[in-house]
Design a protein around this ligand. Sequence first.
Ligand code: SF4
Length: 241
Amino acid sequence: MRDNPSPDELKALVEDLNFAQKVDRSLGLIREAWEEFGERMVVANSLGKDSVAVWHLAKRVAPEIRGFIITTRFKPAETVRFMQEEVARYPELRVFRNDEPLPDPELYKVAPDLCCDILKVKPTRWAVEQMNVECWVTGLRCTEGRTRTDFMEVEQRDKGLIKLNPILLWQEREVWQYLALNQVRVNPLYLQGYRSLGCAPCTRIATGPDERCGRWVGTSKCGGECGIHTRPLKTPVEVIV
Ligand code: SF4
């Protein structure tokens, strides 16, 4: 895999590269990783706009590439329907969901980090293990919000697991530009005004410069992360409830 630019170079590239150059760069990153990892490379698909853009890009490079979806009991009905349609269209997308009982039915209110750990991080670990993943591909972007400014295009937070963020440099407008130009189907919740999608109790329609500011509103996690990008995925960490 290629070396990452420095954080300052990355920030400059966000502004300096045009849309077509960013698409080429993303395809190049995916192609290099596919040549190195082949079927051990898998796309994480959250069913949001960034994920469906990355899924489309990855399919252009490797039509046989596999993906996984992490879903929870709290996903909105629209997202569940969209997921079912996507899985019917792409049977190579595997769905992982943790149905174990929660210590509190409203855990998302009292301990959202623990709730995300149980319902999102844990099944992501299952996906990585069961699909024999050595490189996972995400739709993470560095302009999405306050918690996403320090990521790199190629990362290794866990030994033996590379994370590729091929659209790290894309801005929100460029994602929509790509989806419109390629007529990619998106989650219908965007029609209602959502800009970042998650579980129903933790996601609101929000405006402003921070795309993720409608997530976990009213908690210490507001605008933050569910943990799949920040917690270890290869190392089994037991969740203490
Ligand atoms: S987004 Fe909310 S409901 Fe979903 S797993 Fe995290 S805390 Fe729980």
